[in-house]
Design a protein around this ligand. Structure first.
Ligand code: MN3
Length: 251
């Protein structure tokens, strides 16, 4: 059973739950989490229903910009969400437009650069969407039962995971991310440290909880002290979101 299937949940108008907010933001890319039988049922190259696809949208933050004040200032969240994340959404849509135009013209002279842009902006949008949800004013504490079981299986102890995740995230080269992901082929959790948004990807792994360590995420408060920022991330980490993501993706 996969609870991330698009259209499964139809809340009353005006009521956007945290889950539906996330689905609206990420949309079709949650297909990556579908069972194999559904993944192979992709549209053919004619894409008969492609015209129904909507552009990607920047969803509002799932909390007020000052809700994480003890960790990140409202100024940081406003800039990060309203400028940086918005830029990835814009870049993703414009890249998709350019690729569509290339298909129409049957002119693929620039396709390599376009695919590079697609991976960059697409990964940037998805990771930022996950990032806002990976934090909560009610975050911190300990993970739920499903996540706890899998964290212990994959990392030995919860503290073992924390140390591993913190070390990998602090060590991400230049601009990057710390990512806790579920790898469905091996049925385990992994930590990856992405460079930029898309380099060093473990293909097929589904990100659950992520921490942005581009300087724009923390510099206005922490300056060069990335280590302090990563350590404090655990005070706001939304384990519930990770629990939901994992539960929806376990095979
Ligand atoms: Mn960022």
């Amino acid at each position: 059973m996969n609870y991330d299937s698009p259209g499964r949940q139809q809340p009353p108008a005006g009521q956007m739950t945290r889950r539906t907010w996330f689905q609206a933001s990420v949309g079709a890319l949650t297909l990556a989490a579908l069972p194999k039988t559904e993944v192979v049922a992709q549209p053919n190259s004619e894409q008969p229903h492609a015209k129904t696809l909507k552009p990607y949208e920047l969803a509002p933050l799932p909390y007020a910009t000052n809700a994480l004040e003890g960790f990140l200032s409202a100024e940081i969240l406003e800039l990060h969400h309203g400028k940086h994340h918005a830029g990835y959404v814009k870049g993703l849509n414009s890249t998709l437009d350019a690729i569509e135009e290339a298909r129409k013209q049957n002119n693929y002279v620039a396709i390599k650069a376009l695919e590079r842009e697609l991976a960059f902006h697409g990964s940037g949008h998805i990771l930022h969407t996950l990032y806002w949800n990976s934090m909560s004013p009610n975050g911190g504490g300990e993970p739920g039962p499903v996540l706890t079981e899998h964290l212990k299986q994959s990392f030995g102890t919860i503290d073992g995971f924390r140390k591993h995740f913190a070390a990998a995230t602090k060590a991400a080269e230049a601009s990057g991310w710390g990512i806790l992901a579920y790898e469905p082929f091996g049925g385990r959790l992994i930590v990856t440290a992405a460079e930029s948004h898309q380099q060093m990807a473990f293909q097929g792994a589904v990100p659950l909880l992520v921490c942005d360590v581009w300087e724009h995420a923390y510099y206005l408060r922490y300056q060069n002290r990335r280590s302090d920022y990563v350590d404090k991330f655990f005070e706001v980490i939304d384990w519930k979101f990770g629990e939901q993501r994992l539960s929806a993706n376990i095979r």
